[in-house]
Design a protein around this ligand. Sequence first.
Ligand code: AMP
Length: 431
Amino acid sequence: MTAMLKAVPGTNDIFAQAKEYPFREPVFRYIIQTAEEVLRGAGAQMIHTPIFEYLEVLQKGVGLTSDIVVKKEMYILEDRGGRVLGLRPEPTASIVRAYNQHGMKVWPQPVRLFTWGPIFRAERHQKGRYKQFHQVDYEALGLSDPLLDAEAIALMVRIYKTLGLKNLEVKLGSVGDPEDRTRYNLYLRELFRPHAERLSEDSRVRLEANPMRILDSKSEQDQQIVAELQVKPMLEFLGDASRSFHERVCQYLTQLGIAFTVDPSIVRGLDYYVRTAWEVHHAQIGAKSALGGGGRYDGLSEMLGGPQVPGVGFGIGIERVAIALEQEGVAIPPDPSPTLYLAPLDEAAKIEALALAEQLRPKVYVELGYTPKSPRKALEEALKKGARYVGFLGEGERARGVITLKHLESGEQTELEPLQLHSLFEGPDPK
Ligand code: AMP
C-alpha cells in the first residue's frame, strides 16, 4: 500500500480549520483584505506577476552576494527548452521587470503597484520561517523623492495598525549611495580581514564580495566579532546627497507623527538597496520579529537591462503578521454564518433543495444538507452551522408545493411557497 503522501515540510495548507494560527484562511484573508483596502485607498494598483521568472531576473534582482544567492535559497527549475527559471524569492524584481516590459516609464510617475502572493526560499524551516510563505508587497516607481519613502513607511504602518497591532517598532536606516558603500566596504574589509579565520564560512565569502552583509549575519559567532570590533555604522559614511535624503525621510516621518528609531544596523538582505532601508518589528514574536521590511532600490531597473527607474517599496510577511495578531489577541472578524440551512428529508427532495438554493443564491447565503435526514438531525446541523433559518423539504412539502421554514432563535415555524420565501429574503437582513 502506498504511504499517504504529504506536503513538503516548510510549506503549508491554508484553510479555515488549520491547527496553526498563521495558516487559518480567515486570518490570512483578513490580512490581505486589510492591506488591499489601505493600498487601494492610497491609489496603488494591483499587479500580479508570474511566480517564476528567468533565473537572471531573480538573481540580478536580489544581487549575487545576497543570502538568497550565496546560501542557494532560490528554487531553480529548468523548462523543457533547457531555460533556467527560478521561483520568486521576493516580488520586487518581477514588478520592476514588468514596469520596464510594459513601458510604464511613459505613464505619469510615480507608478504605484502592489501585489500579494507566495514567495519561495529554500531556508531551514522553523516557526515563522517557511520555504513557501506569503507577502503583501508595495512598490512606488519612477520618482526619487524622500516623500515616497515616507509614504511607503506610513502605508506599511497603517496596514499594521488597521489590522489592530500595537507593539510595533519601525527601525529606519540608510545604506547610502553606491559610492558611500564602496568607502564603507573598504573600511569593513580592513577591519574584518585580521579576524577572517574566526568568521563563519558564509561571512568569509561576504568579506570579499559584500562585507556589509556580515553585519546582519545570523551567526552568533559573527555577531560577537561585530560587537567586539565596535564597527562604525554605515550612517557615518553617508555622503552629502544620501545624508540629506535620509534626514528628509526622518523629518517627514516626524511630521506625519510616525514613531521610529534610527537603527544603524539595518542593512537589509538584498544587494540592490540604496539610501532608505527599514524594518518593522514586533515586540512579542521574539527572534523572528520582523513583520516586514522595505527600502529604496534606484539601481535595480538598470541591472535588469531597463532605463534608470528609482523605486521604493516594502514587503510584509503575512504569516509573521498572523503570528503577531495571535500574540496580541486581536479578534478577527468572524465569517458570516448561513441565513438558511436547507435540508432535504428524502431522496426526491435533494434536487428540489438544490434548485431552490440556486434561485436564492447569492443574495441569500444558503447551505444545503446534502444527504436526506430527519428534521431533528437537520435542526441540529443548522444550529451547529449558526444558521438563522432551517428549511425542510420532504414528501408533505412536495405535495403542498411549500417548504417548512423554522426561525431558529424564536422557534417560529411556517409553511411558505417559494415566492413567499423570495420576498421574505428580499430585505437586506431578514429576521
Ligand atoms: P525580506 O524580503 O527577507 O526582507 O522579507 C520580508 C518579510 O517577509 C520579513 O520581514 C518577514 O516578515 C517575511 N519573511 C521573510 N522570510 C520569511 C520566511 N522564510 N518565512 C516566513 N516569512 C518570511
